[in-house]
Design a protein around this ligand. Structure first.
Ligand code: C5P
Length: 218
């Protein structure tokens, strides 16, 4: 387990996913979108007719998740669900099932398996605090909630989904509250994380900042 890891944690729609992919590409490293595992679990729950309130059901589905990641999409049981799991309904249910300790436990080893040479960039909520506590570089990527709502709104529209800005703002606020307030692995910056606020910075600037932090490190 000696491959280096850069963790990027932060609230919903802070730009973590895009930044993680770009940093990984620049370094030639692997990438872990840990939120996708929670989203896949949520989708599996939905497909069994569940609503996320049954911890045992969600944990069983998380443990047996037949997930396969490809460079630009993800498969669940052989079906390409890359687009489906981006829907707000799935994201909201993901944040509900993610509050169950048994679900987090079921996904822990699977996330750690992504750590392979030459290195890994992992994005999520607890990458630096729980999953890769020994990561040599930890980023906490923040942005104001209005900025995040606007970005998510644009992103959804660009992908052809309909979206209402006020609804998104409310969704983000309740998702933030749930992710920060939960008892297990809440969203919080690791003590040794560098906080980067992307509210007034473009993607390129943030990517450069992370790469600079990595090369300055050693
Ligand atoms: O990052 P993304 O929005 O795809 O994550 C969906 C949900 O999964 C989040 O709202 C959060 O509740 C949960 N999650 C988590 N821990 C992670 C990644 C995501 O609890 N490491």
């Amino acid at each position: 387990r000696s491959a280096p890891v850069i963790t990027i944690d932060g609230p919903t729609a802070s730009g973590k996913g895009t930044i993680a992919q770009r940093v990984a590409r620049a370094l030639g490293w692997h990438v872990l979108d840990s939120g996708a595992l929670y989203r896949l679990t949520a989708l599996a729950v939905l497909r069994e007719g569940g609503d996320g309130s049954d911890e045992a059901q969600a944990a069983r589905l998380a443990r047996h998740l037949d997930a396969r990641f490809e460079s630009d999409t993800v498969f669940l049981g052989g079906e390409d669900v890359g687009r489906l799991i981006r829907q707000e309904a799935v994201g909201n249910l993901a944040s509900r099932v993610a509050a169950w300790p048994a679900v987090r436990e079921a996904l822990l080893a699977r996330q750690q398996d992504f750590r392979r040479a030459p290195g890994l960039v992992a994005d999520g909520r607890d990458m630096g605090t729980v999953v890769f506590p020994d990561a040599p570089l930890k980023i906490f990527l923040d942005a104001g909630v209005e900025v995040r709502a606007q970005r998510r709104h644009k992103q959804l529209k660009d992908k052809g989904f309909s979206a209402n800005l006020d609804d998104l703002l409310q969704d983000l606020r309740s998702r933030d509250a749930r992710d920060r307030g939960r008892a297990h692995a809440p969203l919080v910056a690791a003590a040794d994380a560098v906080t980067v606020d992307s509210s007034h910075q473009g993607i390129d600037d943030v990517v450069r900042q992370v790469l600079d932090l990595w090369s300055a490190r050693g």
